[in-house]
Design a protein around this ligand. Sequence first.
Ligand code: G3H
Ligand code: ZN
Length: 295
Amino acid sequence: MQSLRELLQEAQKTGVALGHFNISDLVLVKAVFAAAREQNVPALVGLSEGEREFVGTRQIAAFVKSLREEFDFPIYLNADHTHSLAKGIEAAKAGYDSIVFDLSALPFEENVRQTKQAVEALKSINPSMLVEGEIGDIGTGSEIHESAPDLAKGLTSPQEAKQFVDSTGVDILAPAVGNMHGMLKSMVEGETKKHLDIPRIAAIKKAANIFLTLHGGSGTEDEGFRKAIAAGINIVHINTELRVAWRHGLEQGLAKHPDEVAPYKILPPAIDAVKQAVAGRLRLFNGNRHAAQSA
Ligand code: G3H
Ligand code: ZN
C-alpha cells in the first residue's frame, strides 16, 4: 500500500486530487468507502475534534485500518481541524495518516511558532504522519449558514504562504483562496455556488511549492474545482454536502418505514444518499485519472 505522501506525489503528477470526506458515524464511513471502491479511487476520511470526540479517536482508527487491510484498499485517515497539540498527539499515537493542525485563528507569527513546534512533536511520534498547516480566514462550521461572512481580508498571499511553509516545515498547506466552510441555504438549493480565486491558487503553488488542500469544498462550482486542481490543489475537503445528504436520506428511511425500529433497516437510504454525493465529487476530482483509464 502506498503511503499518503506517495499517493499525493502521484496525484500531483497525474493532475487529480484526493477527495477528503468528513465522517462522524458508520453511515458516512460505509458510504465513502463504497463510493471509492466502486470507482477504484483512493479516499481520505477525516474527523474534526468534535467528530473524533463523538466516534472515538482510537476506535475509528481501528475501523479504517481494518477496511484498508481486509480489502487491501487505499483509504486513509486524517485528524481534521485540530486546535491543540494534546489532541494532535492523541491522533499521532492512534496512527492517523495526517493531521490538519489549525491555528489559523491566531495571529500569523503565533500560528508559525506553534505550528513549527507541533510539526516537530508530531513527527517525533510518527515520522511518516503528514502535517498540514492553515493560514488565512475561511470561516468555521460545516453547517448551513444564514449569511456569508466577509472573508476578503483573510485571503492568503503567496508571500505569506512561502514564509509559513519555510518557517514551519509543514508537509501540506491549507490557504484561503475564496473558499469557505459550510454552505448558504441558496447553495443547498443549488441556486448559488462558491467561486474560487484560481490565479491566487496558482501563485501560492508557485511561491510555496508544496501540497495544497482546499477546505470548505461544499457548494463549489464544478469548473472551479477542475481549475483549482489544475492550478495546484491536491486534496479537497467536503463535509456539509454529505451532512445534508445524510439528513435527507435518514428522513427518507424513517418515512419509508414508520413502524421500524431496526437501525440497519432504516439507514440504507442514508448510506445511498451520502454515497451518491461522494461519488459525484470523486468523479470530478479524479477526472484525469478516469480519462487516462478509458483512453
Ligand atoms: O475540513 C472540512 C472541510 O473543509 C469541509 O468544508 O463543509 O464546506 O465542505 P465544507
Ligand atoms: Zn476544513
